[in-house]
Design a protein around this ligand. Structure first.
Ligand SMILES: [Fe+2]
Length: 396
């Protein structure tokens, strides 16, 4: 920091207790017992049965004297209807705490259930969106324990639950500090069974969170700190976990990078990359992390001028800046380095192979401007429709 340069006013928020490390899954029971004596455990049956993680969680809860009700029908991109159904079960069973086990979808699902089970109406009433003022979430919300099984979304430490409205192809959030999980139990051992492709996608999502937080209009000194450390770690660890999925040390580093990335966005927000990715996910079900990987470098290109110092700094911490002398050269090296990393982890996937055609671009652009306006407002360069069309057009 230059002499005389003041730190701007800011607030930061890191309210989630993080229990991290190989084997910490066994502490879920004790952590949950402190919050309530009856847990609703939400998970996706097929993926959790394979890893045995659901059994471990239930055993730990029961050992700690916590009664369990299991809802194992979580699917990716959870919908309003599915969460309302689970919330109704949660209410009927009088559960006092919600445990979310799985990827970001399961954790978001748990947050949605925690709201839905304790508030009248449907969870849609508490979600944002264009022309839709959310009803306030009160302190009645149930506490959430988040157990991520992917290293990516960072949902275990964020104040957002992303929920899909299938009728309109939209994804919006319940956004309130009241849905910060009370505890995040982050055990890298739960991540070793994740195949290479979702490992790469979720890992790129973590990089997107950290990078977007760092370049966002609303970044804070706390977010900067978290984001740069996440990027430093992920730059090295992502390729390692994709090439050697059972490397527990690399899994651990990537898990920590993802948690840091989540904490960064909780203190800064995100930018147009996530807006475009949400549009791709909402309409074409492109897996979230892959959508982020697809459009992150191309969207950052729009910031080469206005965020040159920050992109140059990212290039330095990610190891992309070697031999680049000027700031603008290092900023360009950041974009190029991300493209190279994307290719090395096999995510250079043409949009056409994901069910999107040239003719869909105009609709996607409209989706971004109609439903993801927030992301354009956080983006430090003004994007017009032609800019977003250009970003999407480069992905075929
Ligand atoms: Fe994300």
């Amino acid at each position: 920091m230059r002499r005389g340069q003041e730190i701007a006013r800011f607030a930061c928020c890191l309210p989630t207790r993080i229990v991290f490390g190989v084997g910490v899954i066994q502490s879920v029971g004790a952590e949950t017992a402190a919050l309530g004596d009856h847990a609703m455990v939400v998970a996706a049956a097929e993926s959790m049965a394979k890893s045995g993680a659901l059994r471990e969680v239930i055993d730990s809860l029961e050992h700690a004297g916590v009664k369990t009700t299991v809802y194992d029908r979580v699917q990716s991109d959870p919908t309003v209807g599915a969460i309302d159904e689970a919330a109704s079960v949660c209410r009927q069973m009088k559960c006092r705490v919600v445990v979310g086990l799985g990827g970001g979808s399961a954790v978001d699902f748990a947050k949605g259930v925690a709201v839905g089970a304790t508030h009248p109406g449907t969870v849609h009433d508490y979600m944002g969106g264009p022309g839709h003022t959310p009803k306030p979430v009160t302190e009645a919300v149930l506490p959430v324990v988040a157990i991520p099984t992917t290293a990516g979304t960072g949902a275990e430490v964020t104040a957002v639950a992303v929920i899909t409205i299938p009728e309109t192809f939209e994804k919006h959030g319940i956004i309130t500090p009241r849905v910060f999980p009370k505890v995040a139990v982050v055990d890298p051992r739960l991540m070793v069974s994740l195949p290479a492709r979702p490992t790469a996608g979720t890992g790129f999502d973590a990089i997107g969170h950290a990078l977007e937080a760092y370049v966002s209009k609303f970044t804070t000194p706390m977010a900067d700190l978290l984001a740069l450390e996440a990027l430093r770690i992920a730059a090295e660890a992502l390729q390692q976990v994709v090439e050697a999925p059972t490397d527990l040390d690399a899994r651990g580093r990537m898990a920590w990078a993802a948690t840091l990335g989540g904490a960064a966005i909780a203190n800064a927000g995100m930018t147009a990359t996530h807006g475009i990715a949400q549009a791709l996910g909402g309409r074409f079900h492109v897996p979230h992390g892959e959508a982020v990987a697809l459009c992150l470098p191309e969207t950052l290109e729009t910031l080469l001028v206005v965020r040159a110092p920050r992109l140059a700094r990212v290039a330095e911490v990610m190891g992309f800046a070697t031999g680049r002398k000027s700031e603008s050269e290092r900023a360009k090296a950041c974009i190029q380095g991300l493209k190279t990393l994307r290719r090395l982890v096999h995510l250079e996937i043409p949009l056409g192979t994901l069910g999107v055609s040239d003719g869909d671009v105009d609709q996607l652009v409209e989706d971004v401007f109609a439903t993801q306006q927030w992301s354009l407002e956080h983006h430090p360069a003004k994007l017009e429709r032609a800019d977003v069309r250009g970003i999407l057009g480069a992905l075929f």
